[in-house]
Write a protein that binds this ligand. Sequence first.
Ligand code: DX5
Ligand code: ZN
Length: 228
Amino acid sequence: MSQQDPLAQIAPSILTADFGNLAQQVRDADAGGAGLWHLDVMDGHFVPPLSFGKEVIAAVRAATPRFIEAHLMVERPGEQFADMAQAGAQRLVFHYEAAGSAEAARALAQQAHDLGCEAGIAINPETPVEALYPLLDTLDEVLVMLIRPGWGGQQANLDLLDKVRALRAHLTAEGRAMAINLDGGVKPTNARACAEAGASILVAGSAVFNATQTPRQAIADLHAALVW
Ligand code: DX5
Ligand code: ZN
């Protein structure tokens, strides 16, 4: 890693992007150094809002060569896996709370792997990270929510970084390297603290797609907070 390499990758979330110019917005963020894409699928049940499904994932897939993860904030994630994979998602991230049990979560991770995708599990603020420890051997990523899921533009609860510190220490003790992703309220002012807590990926929605900057400039600002 050189001095100019950021401490964590930025994964833009398009919830507040200009959907009328989506491909252009994606290409602009890529030019600014987006590391991968984080696409938020919401079903109106697991979280109150609806967002989008496979058609928008396919549109982003056509606009970028980068890795795509789908964050499924849906009640029955397994029913969406095949469509998401076919649309071009390479990692399927489902909620532990939607799975309902460690056994069901393990089966969902296996289902993602059987489709040729990576598997990630997201946890809401109230779910202890220790609940995932028996599952780590089946996972490619853990995603820690710093906000209540469902809406972009909320303020991150940085007390939840303790979960990341605990998980990173646990992974290190087990000799495992795994992506830890933080989602919700990431901004240039808190990005460094997020990375230093042990996150390797930072989702950024409204910090990238907003009225005051281009996505390219916004990602440059995040990277500036993340270089050594
Ligand atoms: C919220 C989503 C997040 C969110 C990120 O439910 O999972 O990915 O849109 O947006 P910001 O960065 O604005 O919190
Ligand atoms: Zn998300």
